[in-house]
Design a protein around this ligand. Structure first.
Ligand code: ADE
Length: 246
């Protein structure tokens, strides 16, 4: 089986994945910790990318060039944009776009210069495998959540959404900015800060990528409160459960 990278931006998002690796060896390169080992018998490199597109692109390049991974799975949290994308739901990216890319008027808004396109696709086979993993995990509320956590976040049975995920070097934390993004990109399901950068690098090197994100906040005025609470109490359970199923 191919060597797989499992990536998250933050430690809370990766903790439960690392807990599934019995033999990981830590290597620090470029200020990042790479954990090389096995997960359910498969060769895995787990890594924290750090936050933002530059950190993401650097991590993706190192995973491909130094660690020779053959596929990349990114997991973590995102802010919900699309109507019906609620806190606790899961978004599986089928395509990616950098919402802060703007070389207009030289190039159309959002187009990445030199690529002739604004959108990059997830690998359909890898995304299909993640879809199956999510469906098995989401039949009920995610495992290991106690009643008080479910109540605190008003979690309902999570829904799986698939489509466009947008990334930019901004934490979207006002209802006005969220509304602006929804007007500009009505198909966007959720916003985060790394996925589309991974997608560009994976496109360059021909490495399959899939990204799955749990919704931690609605990218609105409440996001600064919802995001850290969700990250601390819930996020890692989701990513751990999804990666285990995968
Ligand atoms: N990741 C999780 N929530 C986010 C938000 N509101 N903006 C950007 N990235 C996020």
């Amino acid at each position: 089986t191919p060597r797989t990278a499992i990536v998250a931006a933050l430690h809370d998002e990766l903790a439960s994945v690392l807990a599934l690796m019995p033999d990981e060896q830590k290597q620090v390169i470029g200020g990042r910790a790479f954990w090389v080992g096995h997960l359910h018998g498969q060769e895995v490199v787990a890594v924290l990318s750090g936050i933002g597109k530059v950190a993401a692109a650097t991590t993706a390049t190192l995973l491909i060039e130094r660690f020779h991974v053959q596929r990349i799975v990114f997991t973590g949290v995102a802010g919900g944009l699309g109507p019906g994308v609620r806190v606790g739901d899961v978004v599986l990216a089928r395509s990616f776009l950098q919402h802060d890319m703007d070389a207009s008027p030289l190039f159309p808004r959002h187009e990445v210069p030199g690529y002739g396109r604004a959108r990059f696709d997830a690998d359909s086979g890898l995304a299909d495998a993640l879809e199956l993993a999510c469906e098995r995990m989401l039949g009920a509320l995610p495992p290991q959540l106690d009643a008080s956590t479910v109540q605190a976040f008003a979690l309902q049975t999570p829904r799986l959404h698939q489509g466009l995920l947008i990334s930019g070097d901004r934490f979207v934390a006002t209802t006005a900015e969220s509304a602006q993004l929804q007007r500009e990109l009505p198909e966007a399901l959720a916003v985060e800060m790394e996925g589309a950068a991974f997608a560009q690098v994976c496109h360059d090197f021909g490495v399959p990528l899939a990204v799955v994100r749990t919704i931690s906040d609605r990218a609105d005025d409440d996001a600064p409160v919802d995001f850290p609470r969700f990250l601390r109490d819930v996020a890692s359970r989701y990513s751990g459960a999804i990666v285990r199923e995968l």
